[in-house]
Design a protein around this ligand. Structure first.
Ligand code: CTP
Length: 471
């Protein structure tokens, strides 16, 4: 079959010409071909395999390009990369690989196209398009990858036990592709993943997180997390989540399975936000429930303080996985910490002061918090579902109203510490803090407007109560 129409970009003719000048064969391989057939939009990464030196081919291509781009050479891997317009092109010589027990880094020898296709992870990633002049655009599909694309199947070219054991990152990749593409992992492959799960320990956390992020960025992330759980990988990567599995029953009282609930929340939120960190917050919002779970004779199952515990666990989890310990992590912590706040408001009619406090505490993240809490509504009781959603709508409207009137987001006290000190001729002391707190509380309660004059009068009154004298 010919896929010339995939190769209309001028770069392919230039690569073809360059390969001819070096008397070698070259092919487009991997994700570009797969995504073209799946019509996933034009890929910005192109992988070229040369039967010979990939580095020399890259240098020849650069010479033939009008802007003579710089070629980045990775000698140890025998690969080279160049950029043309907004496309990144990677060149590699066809190779045959064998692996060590304790490393992902293979022993590499030169090989044929077939050797190279054999060593690839999945049949759908082993498809190659010929770039030679005579067969330009012919597809080479030794493992029926096209059929697997049609059948929506993830399968390895060789025995899956070997493919996954050779490079255990591929277990994560299989699950990630299944999630992104909504494909099934072939049964034999799935069993090989379960069997090789412990080998995930030789993979760096950074690479695992790349795959986790891609799973979370998919339309239905639960597909991936269910597979990670089913194969046993989740226990190695995110044991905080597997700890949420299961329903306990004491004296006829049960709590919900917080693992499946969490996955529902993640799928829900993914319909409403592309924000990866908000999706992380959804994934982790209940992790504090496992360590705080208790059965109480009168109250039934309780998870007291799980938000606080959970936000502490976020830090340890990010640290363990070598994720950034920056503003993104703080955002996730804040979302986890506040994740139960709006639902309390939605149970009853929210008062203005409760909404003001929410905006005050959540600051610029109040909309994200609302998005998280709406996703958290997984009740199967249609009346409750409707009630919560309606109440959240009202809370959202009130947030806008309160915002316009009271400006408590990123709250700045209308009367500063300096003014208090000047007015009562004070040096720094605890009375200043007390007055400031009284003013803030009065504003949040709605007793006074968030304005200078009203705050100044309250300051005078409170000062008098504290026995302070106005200068
Ligand atoms: N590959 C592999 N084993 C890996 C990683 C990659 O066999 N652990 C091969 C596959 O043939 C893959 C190609 O290298 O198609 C390119 O890898 P990469 O750019 O990481 O993935 P893509 O398939 O291009 O997909 P994506 O860009 O979505 O990651």
């Amino acid at each position: 079959m010919n896929y010339k129409q995939a190769l209309t970009h001028p770069i392919f003719k230039i690569i073809s010409q360059s390969a001819k000048e070096l008397h070698l064969d070259a092919y487009v391989i991997g994700g570009f071909v797969r995504d073209y057939i799946l019509q996933r939009g034009s890929a910005k990464d192109i992988d070229i395999v040369a039967i010979g030196s990939g580095i020399e081919l890259a240098q020849q291509v650069a010479k033939n390009l009008p802007n003579k781009p710089k070629v980045q050479v990775f000698k140890t891997y025998g690969t080279a990369m160049l950029r043309f317009e907004d496309i990144e092109i990677e060149f590699v010589g066809a190779r045959k690989e064998s692996y060590n027990e304790d490393s992902r880094n293979p022993i590499v020898e030169n090989g044929s196209l077939e050797d190279d296709q054999n060593r690839r992870d999945f049949t759908i990633n082993a498809l190659a398009l010929d770039l030679s002049e005579e067969n330009f655009g012919e597809i080479l599909d030794p493992f029926n990858g096209i059929q697997d694309l049609k059948d929506a199947i993830i399968r390895t070219p060789l025995n899956p036990d070997i493919t996954y054991s050779d490079d255990p990152l591929r277990m994560m990749r299989a699950i990630r592709f299944a999630t992104q593409l909504d494909f099934k992992i072939e049964e034999e492959s799935l069993q090989a993943i379960s069997k090789n799960k412990a080998r995930i320990e030789i993979i760096t956390n950074e690479r695992i997180v790349v795959e986790l992020n891609k799973i979370l960025e998919s339309n239905t992330p639960s597909i991936g997390f269910l597979l990670l759980e089913k194969t046993g990988l989740l226990d190695y990567i995110l044991p905080e989540l597997t700890a949420l599995k299961g329903i306990d029953e004491i004296e006829g009282q049960r709590h919900k399975d917080n693992f499946y609930h969490t996955l529902e929340v993640v799928d829900n939120i993914s319909k409403n936000t592309e924000n990866l960190w908000l999706r992380w917050a959804a994934l982790l919002h209940d992790i504090g429930k496992a360590p705080t779970k208790k059965f109480h004779k009168k109250l039934g199952w309780t998870f007291h303080g799980h938000e606080f515990k959970g936000s502490k666990m976020v830090y340890h989890l990010f640290k363990r996985l070598k994720m950034p310990l920056n503003d993104k992590m703080k955002f996730v912590q804040k979302m986890v910490m506040m994740s139960s706040r709006p639902i309390v408001l939605a149970e009853d009619m929210a008062t203005d002061s409760a909404v003001r406090r929410l905006v005050f505490d959540a600051g610029d993240f109040v909309e994200d918090l609302m998005t998280l809490c709406e996703a958290d509504i997984t009740t199967k009781n249609p009346n409750k579902f409707k009630k919560y959603h309606n109440n959240f709508k009202i809370v959202r409207e009130k947030i806008v109203e309160v915002e316009e009137r009271d400006h408590v987001r990123n709250f700045q006290p209308p009367v500063s510490g300096e003014i208090i000190m000047e007015t009562f001729n004070l040096k720094p002391c605890r009375e200043i803090g007390i007055i400031k707190e009284t003013i803030k509380e009065a504003i949040l309660e709605g007793d006074i407007p968030n304005e200078y004059e009203a705050a100044f009068q309250l300051m005078l009154k409170e000062g008098e109560k504290l026995g302070l004298k106005k200068q």
